[in-house]
Design a binder for this molecule. Structure first.
Ligand code: HEC
Length: 253
């Protein structure tokens, strides 16, 4: 009897979930080197990701939590970072006259947003807002796979029963299947400095790798500390076990 009830409840749940599953797009799961206990970042992937951000995404998205000097992690020298920071114009001030002024960037500055404020950004995109990218891979559900799927998921021809208004693009991975961001990436949209083939997959893969590093630069240290703690606990357990055996064998005699 109980078995039957379980069976009925189980089939009911299965039916319901399969009904809803059809509505959801499955994400294109990628093999990220930063996932898992041995999670690691890869410097050349990160450097390519920075290039994609700089040459494409930074036209619309800021990264206000990332400081130029943190690019040290990607294998750049302090000199290179200083030169790179100088190529940016930073709004500073006020000076003695109470005026704001522009100056070249310094390593301690953060990446600037292309818009003066949220309102200006929204006005540009009919009310849609290009979010700051600093923490997105962490704050969005399945961040890395979602952003990868979104970037590679644009479809030129929307289904016939789908009306698109001006300034909106069809993308089945976005809520409501339309998004105000024009497709930012396509094959060879930029030319990689290191000569890698800039396919849509590669560009999307590299930028997500870079964004995940920006959101969690200390991931490697955290994971290797975790491993050390685990190893320590295993050794401790073995030691305690051996000690316990010793003591009991002595008492049992
Ligand atoms: C031409 C401007 C523009 C460029 C270039 C651009 N974006 Fe966007 N992006 C937007 C706008 C506008 C939105 C908000 C879309 C909306 O809410 O419909 C957005 C939203 C997003 C979102 C959030 C999606 C969501 O589900 O809320 C992500 C992630 C994103 N962009 C990543 C990127 C990346 C990565 C790049 C560079 C490869 C990039 N964007 C380049 C304008 C841009």
């Amino acid at each position: 009897m109980i078995k039957k009830i379980f069976f009925i409840i189980f089939s009911f749940f299965f039916l319901i979930t399969s009904l809803f599953a059809e509505e959801k797009m499955l994400l294109k799961k990628q093999n990220w080197s930063f996932e898992g206990v041995f999670g690691r970042y890869d410097n050349s992937t990160l450097q390519r990701g920075l290039q994609v951000y700089q040459e494409v995404c930074s036209a619309c998205h800021g990264m206000k939590r990332l400081r130029f000097r943190e690019l040290n992690d990607l294998g750049f020298t302090n000199d290179q970072i200083e030169q790179y920071a100088k190529t940016f114009e930073i709004l500073d001030g006020p000076n003695e006259l109470g005026e704001m002024f522009m100056r070249p960037g310094e390593p301690s500055d953060t990446f600037v947003s292309p818009y003066k404020n949220k309102e200006e950004a929204k006005a540009t995109f009919n009310g849609a807002y290009p979010p700051d990218l600093s923490l997105l891979t962490k704050t969005m559900k399945n961040g890395p796979d979602y952003i990868y799927s979104l970037l590679t998921g644009y479809e030129e021809n929307s289904p016939q029963d789908f009306e698109l208004t001006d300034g909106l693009y069809y993308n089945p991975y976005h809520d409501g299947k339309v998004i105000a961001m024009p497709p930012p990436l396509y094959d060879n949209v930029i030319e990689y400095i290191d000569g890698t083939n800039a396919s849509l997959h590669q560009l999307s893969f590299d930028i997500v790798h870079f964004l995940n590093w920006a959101a969690e630069p200390t991931l490697q240290e955290r994971k290797s500390l975790g491993l050390k703690v685990l190893l320590f606990l295993i050794v401790l357990t073995l030691l305690l076990y051996v000690t316990m055996k010793e003591i009991w064998s002595w008492i049992e005699k």
